[in-house]
Design a protein around this ligand. Structure first.
Ligand code: GCU
Length: 614
């Protein structure tokens, strides 16, 4: 006991004297690097990571809640039998990264708190290179260390971020240690209540990305909406360096354009071309190379024009109907956060089977692989930030968080032809502060990208029991009026036929959510809630009702697959699953799936006939 007192006294003196290694407060985070998957010599750190559950954050704070200099990020090991070290990454458990902890460790199914992760890796310095560390996403807050040196922190569970870790690296073995905290907070984005599982962890890819000291940080290459034989955009370096030559090549279009950066390190691109336009029936993508010296970035880019004309949505000038379905980012069979192209293909193939040409990726930006797989499959995307329900509208930090997540979503996917709608919110209660918050977000989104449509999923404000209006100040700021309605679930199915819908805006309309729950395999009749027949009848009646909506341009029924939610505890029926899926969490198609499939077959035939007449 005396030894422990002696040691803690020493530590206290050291701490008082400020002798310990204070972590530098500066961060090595750099602006988001575009298209990491198209860069050369990228090393994946995916695989088995060691982890320590740290419910009281003892690896970060001392017993007086000061940030400790002796935290888990030091990856300490006992050097003598006398030394006191109360953690050891070498002997802890391991889990697969990317991946949430809830499904991989049953002790963590409901856990909300901190878990530390460690990955070691070898490194050989290259004189003319810098090394970036890229995270596809960490939910919800990450503090990142390399060899015990803090690189910075990041808030937001569904968007990428990266650090220049070069100066913290040494030849040979290195380690990256991440403190992950998925606790919910009222002032966060999302706030502390939401209808999906709070999957914590390093939930997407972790990559080491070597770059030259001056490199192509990001770029945008778009089709000109006003002239489909003109492609334009910009390329930006990581620093304001003038006179750097960059070549943009699109071999199939016989394009090889050399540009030179200006004093800001940016260069505009613009050239004539006659690309085959991307569309669901022909999701044409072009190989693109962006070369700076011997550093070559490769991408696959599609060219298309999405716009509205009164109550119509036009893709490449053609009036389309968005035959969609809502999807959460949850694996098809095993639950847990989906993160791979393979996970995405399973879910997107179910959507294709349903007859979809469009998906609403709810309620947060999904992983980049999912967006790219949908692009290859000819599936248009609604992409959304988790500005969900009762956000802290008057908190400036909350707004900055929302704007950061919106900006990173757009920065990451701005070159994806299939992304046609940026959504800034879901089911937010009307108020003056909410309107200020969301209208600012809408303007911000448009300032970053004026080539896509802006929307948000609103709530119905019913004028009386059977007359529904979409009266929302935010409808001035969106291109498409979208709303969620639950006649048949949170209101009676029998009311559907009596309902009228008034959308007093000359804009296209999407019903971004509708539906009801059913336990796959439970058969009764349409008057027995949670039976497949109940859900089937709800869909039949809802579709008849929605077909009468003037300007209806798309549907994304809630939801493709049953998904885990802490708001769905009903034993033997929900068992922590939201049962509104058209497909169960074991892949069983429910009767309502086929109702929707038949409806989309008719819709497709109707719109094909229209375009044949043009
Ligand atoms: C809301 C919400 C969804 C939720 C759904 C439901 O509309 O947007 O996230 O899962 O209703 O109640 O099932």
């Amino acid at each position: 006991m005396k030894i422990r007192c002696f040691i803690s006294a020493l530590l206290a003196i050291a701490s008082l004297a400020g002798l310990h290694a204070q972590q530098p407060q500066t961060s090595t985070e750099i602006p988001l690097v575009g298209n990491v998957y198209g860069r050369q010599d990228v090393t994946s750190l995916n695989g088995k990571w060691r982890y320590i559950i740290d419910q009281q954050e003892i690896g970060f704070y001392d017993y007086r809640m000061n940030e400790s200099p002796w935290g888990f990020f030091l990856d300490a090991h006992q050097k003598s039998p006398l030394e006191l070290v109360e953690y050891n990454f070498d002997t802890t458990d391991q889990m697969d990264i990317p991946g949430d902890w809830n499904i991989q460790d049953e002790r963590l199914f409901f856990y909300e708190g901190t878990v530390w992760f460690r990955r070691t890796f070898d490194y050989k310095p290259q004189a003319d290179k810098r090394m970036l560390l890229y995270f596809g996403a960490v939910n919800y807050e990450a503090v990142v260390y390399v060899n015990g040196k803090k690189q910075g922190s990041h808030v937001g569970g569904f968007t990428p971020f990266n650090f220049d870790i070069t100066d913290a690296l040494k030849e040979g073995q290195n380690n990256v240690i991440v403190k992950v905290d998925n606790k919910r907070h009222p002032e966060a984005i999302p706030t502390n209540i939401f209808d999906w599982w709070n999957y914590g962890g390093i939930t997407r890819d972790v990559l080491l990305v070597p770059v030259e000291k001056t490199f192509v940080q990001d770029y945008s290459i778009q089709l000109d909406k006003k002239n489909w034989q003109h492609i334009y955009g910009w390329i930006s370096l990581n620093k304001p360096q003038e006179g750097v030559e960059i070549e943009v090549r699109i071999p199939e279009l016989k394009i090889a354009q050399k540009v030179v950066t200006n004093a800001d390190g940016r260069a505009s691109i613009s050239f004539k071309a006659k690309p085959v336009l991307w569309c669901p029936e022909n999701p044409k993508l072009y190989d693109v190379e962006i070369a700076k010296g011997n550093e070559v970035l490769t991408d696959e880019i599609g060219f298309r024009c999405i716009e509205t004309q009164g109550k119509k949505i036009l893709l490449n000038g053609k009036h389309i109907f968005l035959r969609g379905v809502s999807i959460h980012e949850e694996k098809a069979f095993s639950q847990g956060r989906a993160h791979s192209a393979e996970d995405a293909r399973t879910l997107l193939n179910w959507a294709k089977e349903l007859g979809c040409n469009y998906v609403r990726l709810a309620h947060y930006p999904h992983n980049e692989h999912a967006v790219r797989e949908a692009e290859r499959m000819g599936i248009m995307v609604w992409s959304e930030i988790p500005c969900y329900w009762t956000i802290a509208w008057e908190n400036p930090d909350t707004y900055k968080n929302a704007e950061r997540q919106l900006g990173d979503m757009i920065r990451r996917d701005k070159n994806r032809a299939n992304v046609i709608i940026w959504s800034i919110a879901n089911e937010t209660p009307h108020s003056e502060p909410r309107d200020r918050f969301l209208s600012s977000l809408a303007k911000f989104a448009r300032s970053l990208d004026d080539t896509r449509l802006i929307s948000m999923a609103m709530e119905v404000t019913s004028a009386n029991n059977y007359h529904n209006r979409l009266q929302d100040n935010m409808n001035e700021y969106v291109d498409v009026v979208s709303f969620n309605q639950y006649v048949g679930w949170y209101r009676d199915t029998q009311d559907a036929a009596k309902m009228t819908w008034e959308v007093p805006y000359d804009k296209p309309v999407i019903v971004s959510e509708f539906g009801g729950g059913a336990v796959a395999g439970w058969h009764a009749n349409k008057n027995v809630r949670f039976s497949e027949e109940f859900q089937e009848d709800l869909y039949i009646e809802s579709l008849k009702m929605m077909d009468k909506i003037d300007g209806l341009s798309g549907l994304s029924p809630w939801i493709l697959k049953d998904f885990l939610s802490p708001r769905r505890p009903l034993p033997d029926v929900q068992d922590w699953f939201n049962r509104k899926g058209l497909v169960s969490n074991t892949g069983q198609r429910k009767l309502a799936f086929y109702v929707m499939q038949r409806y989309y077959e008719q819709k497709k035939a109707e719109f094909d006939a229209k375009s044949a007449k043009r």
